[in-house]
Design a protein around this ligand. Structure first.
Ligand code: EPU
Length: 421
């Protein structure tokens, strides 16, 4: 069983370069299916979720050519099916973006119901609401497959009952070649939604308002191939910011968009961490004790839920009592038991965690309960006294390119161990 072995106690120092955004990549890659010609995608993160999307595209007939580790050329012209391969599709939640993209191309899509990290119930009712507004019928078929189809896709107004990244993206994908105007109200505003809109517009789409809560999409008949560079990963950057702060380090985090990091920077500053912003980098320094803080996760531009486990680790060594309120997912504190085994004092009641800061954490064997929780365990290992073994690292490899190498370059004593248990 692969695991990370971390000897804690070294403050992180130096520079780290952030990779492309996972959640932009997993939306943009399926969108290539809408194009009439090949697309070159640059700054793609080299992570297992991206490998899975490449394999899905290849299995559907696309020609997927790796130009280098972070650049791929995808020719969608040979795709000859509207069915997403079941086993691969189930591996990751983002595979449902193939529904929107295939609808745009074939007016029909068959896709496995989504898998991915487990934070409790993860409904897709708002995705279906978007598709239905455009004239689709949605049917759950045998073996957990869903079929969505329409005789014709026609634009309409869609009001999302809650702010959802996935349903906003899927509705955009389905609307981009629909007839007429689609207006998504109460749309999500995450940076990867803007990135997807920019990519589609580069291909010839007519999308306005991405990044606000009203997105207007006027359907076009054709989209052409293009070359596009994915934005840097907000959450990978935030994870290194918190790791730097938690370890009492001094790290320059390069290839970031500081604007995307504002909510994270603001909370770190409240905790007494020094943040220096440059055009495309941030420097994070902590040379004082961590102050207590209250954090509530919210859709963008609020504090991201995907940073909640990492910030909880930092607060676990803060002075005083902190509160973390998870308002996006209903079951995202599963990792807390692991942190408690490292000496953290945290009580969870529903969506609220109450954290009594302790002087230090102690190394232990801990599991990654999901991607971001796994990253949080790595940070906990870096600051703990003694040795931490982080298991189930397959979750972490879904979203963090070269995490071991990047942390080693910052001075962390971390290695991958592949010895059988
Ligand atoms: N929701 C519904 N109905 C829907 C869709 C969502 O009720 O039809 C609810 C969800 O249950 C949740 C809330 O709306 O309570 C927000 O869900 P959202 O749709 O925004 O999440 P998602 O699209 O499934 C993406 C990211 C997640 C990230 C969330 C929130 C991808 C592939 N995943 O998920 O990222 O936590 O947005 O920002 O983009 C991660 O990267 O570790 C990760 C889990």
């Amino acid at each position: 069983m692969d695991k990370f072995v971390i000897k804690g106690g070294t403050p992180l120092k130096g520079e780290v370069t952030i990779s492309g955004a996972k959640n932009a990549a997993v939306a943009i890659m399926p969108a290539v299916i809408l194009s009439d010609g090949p697309c070159i995608l640059e700054n793609l993160p080299d992570i297992s979720d991206v490998h899975t999307v490449k394999r899905i595209l290849a299995e559907m007939g696309a020609v997927v050519k790796n130009i280098d580790k972070n650049t791929v050329e995808i020719d969608p012209r040979p795709v000859d099916t509207d069915i997403v391969p079941c086993e691969l599709g189930r591996k990751m939640r983002g595979s449902y973006y193939f529904i929107g993209a295939l609808l745009g191309r074939y007016k029909r899509a068959v896709c496995p119901l989504p898998g991915g990290c487990d934070f409790g119930v993860r409904p897709i009712d708002q995705h279906l609401k978007g598709f239905e507004a455009l004239g689709c019928e949605c049917m759950v078929k045998e073996e957990g497959m869903i079929e969505v189809s329409a005789d014709e896709l026609v634009g309409d107004n869609v009001y999302m009952d809650l702010v959802t990244v996935g349903a906003t993206i899927n509705t955009m994908l389905a609307a981009v070649k629909a007839k007429g105007l689609t207006v998504i109200e109460n749309a999500a505003r995450e940076p990867h939604i803007v990135d997807l809109a920019n990519f589609l517009n580069t291909m010839g789409a007519d999308i306005r308002g991405a990044g606000t809560d009203v997105i207007k999409i006027r359907g076009v008949e054709h989209l052409k191939g293009c070359t596009y560079s994915i934005i840097p990963d907000q959450i990978e950057a935030g994870t290194y910011m918190v790791a730097a702060a938690a370890s009492g380090g001094d790290v320059l985090i390069k290839n970031v968009i500081p604007k995307h990091l504002e909510s994270i920077s603001a909370k770190l500053e409240e905790m007494g961490v020094i943040i220096e912003e440059f055009d495309d980098a941030v420097r994070v320094v902590r040379n004082r004790p961590v102050k207590r803080c209250s954090v509530k996760t919210l859709p963008h531009p609020g504090f991201p839920t995907d940073m909640q486990p990492q910030i909880t680790v930092l607060l676990s060594i803060g002075k005083g009592t902190s509160i973390v309120n998870e308002s996006v997912w209903d079951n995202r504190f599963q990792y807390v038991d692991e942190l408690v085994r490292m000496g953290a004092k945290i009580r969870v009641n529903g969506r609220i965690a109450v954290i009594e800061g302790v002087d230090y954490l102690t190394g232990a064997s801990v599991r990654s309960t999901d991607l971001r929780a796994g990253a949080a365990m790595v940070i906990a290992g870096i600051i703990a006294k003694g040795t931490t073994y982080v298991e189930d690292i397959k979750y972490i490899q879904r979203g963090y390119e070269d995490i071991v190498e990047k942390l080693q370059a910052l001075g962390a004593d971390i290695r991958l161990s592949s010895t059988p248990d």
